[in-house]
Design a protein around this ligand. Structure first.
Ligand SMILES: Cc1cc2nc3c(=O)[nH]c(=O)nc-3n(C[C@H](O)[C@H](O)[C@H](O)COP(=O)(O)OP(=O)(O)OC[C@H]3O[C@@H](n4cnc5c(N)ncnc54)[C@H](O)[C@@H]3O)c2cc1C
Length: 446
């Protein structure tokens, strides 16, 4: 039987496996999916997790619940050997290695936060890419407020109460908007602190917020965030960050205790080293229009990990000639790629991937949003926010998750956000989890 191995249980990987399950007979192929997490993270709702608006588990749909006959292997990819046609995955807790051999491999490992090599970013900023990132950010904010109430007024307290988001794309704007909502809800718990003591800054190096979207969306976002007290620093890039200060190109220094880095992503570093594949400058796998890797029969890539051209002979320096790295695209690429694997197995020609974006939406918190609809039509304000919630709730995988999120949203209308600081995602929490599971012998506290 043909063996198909999909690497990555995100939007792209799961959509490939679902289509393969649907279209392939059981005796035609064995399908396996390998991923370091046993769930698909619904990233569009991640900013709301970081602000305590949604429970972390409600935006994480188990991979096993989305698939029926695909074998799921929990593991961090340790090695991909295209010559031997084998993959090795290391269990995240036990470290045991599982080896899988394949006839077709699908590279869907997504992306990681890009620091662009700016000094101090890796050490002193918080990314917003994973569930751990969102919970760490929430905990950091709560810890800063707890510390601020026992710190006398002065520069140290001001720094603790200064929060910055770097990156004015839709993720950065959504994050800044959500955090403002969070502060509105929780600062009253921290008397005598006042809302006016908390400083929220959004920094964008380009000329405007939402630089890749229609100007009207950027203008509305700028007005909305400024009105809600976000200090906007636009057209001034970050040159260095240390534990206390953000240094900007203009020479300005901003004392700041918590910095969220949301300035961009780059494809998974695992793929950067893969020999025999063409790579873009950021390490992404450059594929043909049918998402196959040139010169490597049986190797395919999609999602954030891949550069997929929307026309033949696309120029790598022309950003518009490649499909963007969004969930919207990943879930359309998946079925198209699966169909091409099936066509190959059945000796039929493959088809190039074509897709026209449905538009882009961003939720800014406080029941406001911006949306670009098909045809370039722009909607802003309450209506855009309702559209965002309706669309993304419908796209969240799993009816049970949809119901849980709908309940979270409803309860959020009545109750303030939670300030319980659960330290599950710290290194100490992880070690304790390993001990509890019996994989690490008991010992002194970490
Ligand atoms: C905060 C945030 C908000 C976003 N909002 C939107 C939005 O509103 N609309 C939109 O269209 N897009 C949005 N995006 C972008 C979207 O999340 C990505 O484009 C999409 O996730 C890409 O899908 P993917 O399957 O390629 O990668 P992912 O969804 O990242 O999946 C990759 C999978 O591979 C696994 N993996 C990675 N490395 C390894 C490894 N070494 N070993 C084993 N497993 C591994 C991961 O655990 C994950 O399951 C947002 C992204 C972020 C971070």
């Amino acid at each position: 039987m043909t063996r198909i191995v999909v690497l990555g249980g995100g939007f792209a990987g799961v959509s490939v496996a679902r289509r393969l399950e649907k279209k392939l007979r059981r005796d035609e192929a064995e399908i396996a999916i390998v991923s370091r997490d046993n769930f698909t993270l619904f990233t569009p709702m991640l900013p709301e997790v970081s602000s305590g608006g949604l429970e972390p588990r409600h935006v994480a749909t188990p991979v096993r619940a989305q698939l029926r006959r695909t074998k799921f292997v929990l593991g961090e990819i340790a090695r991909v050997d295209l010559a031997e046609r084998a993959v090795e995955a290391r269990h995240p807790i036990t470290g045991d290695v599982t080896r899988l051999e394949y006839d077709h491999i699908v590279l869907a490992l997504g992306s990681v936060t890009s620091t662009f090599g700016i000094p101090g970013v890796a050490e002193h900023t918080l990314p917003l890419k994973t569930l751990e990132d969102a919970e760490t950010l929430r905990n950091r904010i709560i810890a800063a407020l707890e510390q601020a109430v026992v710190t006398p007024a002065g520069p140290d307290r001001d720094r603790l109460l200064t929060f910055a988001v770097v990156g004015g794309g839709y993720t950065g704007c959504e994050c800044a908007g959500e955090l403002v909502d969070f502060f509105h809800s929780i600062v009253p718990f921290y008397r005598p602190l006042q809302l006016g003591d908390v400083r929220m800054i959004l920094i964008e190096g380009g000329k405007a917020l939402l630089p890749d979207l229609p100007e009207k969306m950027g203008r509305y976002t700028t007005r909305n965030l400024a009105r809600r007290g976000v200090e906007l620093v636009i057209g001034d890039g970050v040159t260095r960050i240390d534990g206390h200060t953000i240094a900007l190109q203009s020479g300005r220094n901003i004392p700041c205790g918590t910095v969220v880095w949301s300035a961009g992503v780059r494809p998974s570093p695992v793929l950067r080293e893969l020999p025999g594949c063409k790579h873009a400058r950021n390490g992404g796998i450059v594929v043909n229009q049918d998402m196959s890797v040139d010169g490597q029969p049986g190797v395919w890539a999609l999602g954030d990990a891949a550069w997929i051209p929307d026309k033949p002979d696309a120029d790598l320096t022309d950003k518009t000639a490649w499909y963007p790295a969004t969930a919207q695209h990943a879930i359309r690429e998946g079925p198209a790629l699966a169909d091409n694997i099936i066509a190959t197995l059945r000796g039929k020609p493959t088809k190039p991937f074509h897709y026209t974006s449905l538009g882009t939406m961003a939720s800014l918190g406080a029941r406001r949003g911006v949306a670009q609809l098909p045809g370039g039509f722009v909607v802003t304000g309450f209506l855009a926010w309702v559209m965002w919630r309706t669309y993304y709730l419908a796209r969240l995988p799993g009816l049970d998750r949809q119901v849980r999120v709908a309940f979270d949203w409803t309860l959020g209308l009545i109750f303030p956000r939670d300030i319980a600081e659960l330290r599950l995602y710290t290194e100490r929490g992880q070690l304790q989890a390993q001990r509890d599971a019996g994989f690490v012998p008991p010992g002194p506290p970490a």
